[in-house]
Design a protein around this ligand. Structure first.
Ligand code: FEO
Length: 391
């Protein structure tokens, strides 16, 4: 056990070589599954568990613990809950404290018997003797049942996925703020972004607390947490930036030429662009750009009468992540026809965007294609100015 405060210990796992989460999300820097033991003068609590792959590591830590009275399960996803059944088997007196929504999920996912649960209401407290836990429901960070836990005497917020980052490190506390900022933004973009409105309310709730330390369940612990809470406020609530996110794919180079021309035209007009060649890109980088972008342009060649499947994947992802962007369009080349724009437009019902005039061309881009791209760049620059997007 590694001490993080008086009678508070980290009992987690560093998963250095994990490279994919949910068979979907890239983890270039690995991750950790953080669990914590809080030993009060009367009761001892385990806050979250670890991914079931590492249950033995957790159990080895817990060999040094005489008794666990409660397991606080802040989130039912298995990377934090998966080892709870083994903890309950080792400490049969322990009860699982969870929200009313988490309880049936934990029963479904892990076959934990109903009589093991104590359901905790929002704002409910638990005395451990000389320490007090307060349960703060923080729904949709990032499942409906999620909560955080505030250790009042030490002013520690255990936040689970909320405010976390996927970084594997032997340092328990943040040592490189820039690196953690990027990883935390990536994590926000990939799983939290669709729930911005509710997260804003969760951040308002946290503002009532004097927080000296944020101990998430992934990544490093924040011993000076003001900046990560402020970063979340910006990602959640700030207006979009003067930025175009441009995911594209090109089969024979025509769409790539259009994308290059549009990128240069936007740059000349003072609009920042981030390009993502979907054939090779890290999808997490695209998600991060979507946190800020005022406009999304999809570069999609037509294949089999519709958008290239990689472009369709980008549209599907953007629709699921519900970014702040207010404008969207499509550029691309086709061979003889098809319904690329109609198909892509039908894939983004969640996005509240104004669709700008697309630019399609048959075969190689011609002079009129480049002029149309210039007009698109003019329109985007004007829209960004009118909308007051930040540089
Ligand atoms: Fe880290 Fe949503 O689990």
């Amino acid at each position: 056990m590694r001490k993080i405060a008086e009678s508070v210990y980290w009992v987690g796992v560093v998963h250095w070589d994990r490279r994919l989460f949910d068979s979907l999300v890239p983890l270039p820097d690995g991750t950790t599954y953080n669990a914590y033991v809080v030993q009060g003068s009367e009761k001892t609590v385990l806050i979250d568990a670890v991914d079931p792959e590492f249950v033995q590591t957790l159990m080895t830590y817990l060999d040094g613990v005489e008794r666990i009275d409660y397991v606080v399960s802040q989130h039912a996803e298995q990377d934090h809950s998966g080892a709870i059944p083994q903890v309950l088997a080792r400490f049969p007196e322990a009860k699982v404290m969870a929200t009313a929504k988490a309880k049936p999920m934990l029963m479904d996912l892990l076959n934990i018997p109903e009589d093991k649960f104590v359901v905790v209401a929002d704002g409910e407290t638990l005395s451990l003797g000389d320490k007090t836990l307060k349960f703060i429901h923080t729904p949709w960070a990032h499942w409906p049942e999620t909560m955080s836990t505030y250790l009042a005497e030490d002013r520690i917020l255990f936040s689970c996925d909320f405010l976390g980052s996927h970084i594997a490190s032997s340092d328990l506390f943040v040592t490189d703020k820039c690196r953690v900022h990027e990883a935390a933004k990536r994590y926000f973009a990939e799983i939290m972004m669709p729930f911005r409105n509710i997260l804003a309310k969760n951040l308002d709730k946290l503002a009532e607390y004097d927080i000296a330390m944020v101990a998430p369940s992934h990544g490093q612990i924040y011993d000076s947490p003001g900046w990560i809470i402020e970063a979340y406020r910006e990602w959640v609530s700030a207006p979009p930036r003067n930025l175009v996110a441009l995911p594209y794919v090109s089969m024979h180079g025509s769409t790539a030429r259009m994308v290059d021309h549009l990128t240069a035209a936007l740059a000349e007009r003072g609009v920042q662009v981030e390009l993502f060649n979907l054939a090779v890109t890290d999808i997490g980088k695209l998600a991060m750009a979507l946190v800020d972008a005022g406009t999304i342009i999809v570069g999609a060649p037509t294949v089999l009468a519709g958008p290239h499947p990689l472009a369709a994947y980008a549209a599907f992802l953007a629709n699921a992540l519900r970014p702040k962007a207010q404008y969207l369009s499509v550029v691309g080349s086709y061979g003889w026809g098809g319904k690329t724009v109609e198909t892509l437009a039908g894939m983004i019902p969640n996005l509240k965007v104004e669709v700008l005039e697309p630019v399609l061309c048959k075969g190689l881009p011609k002079e009129e294609t480049l002029e149309a791209l210039n007009r698109m760049a003019d329109a985007i620059a004007a829209k960004h100015r009118e909308s007051g997007f930040r540089d």
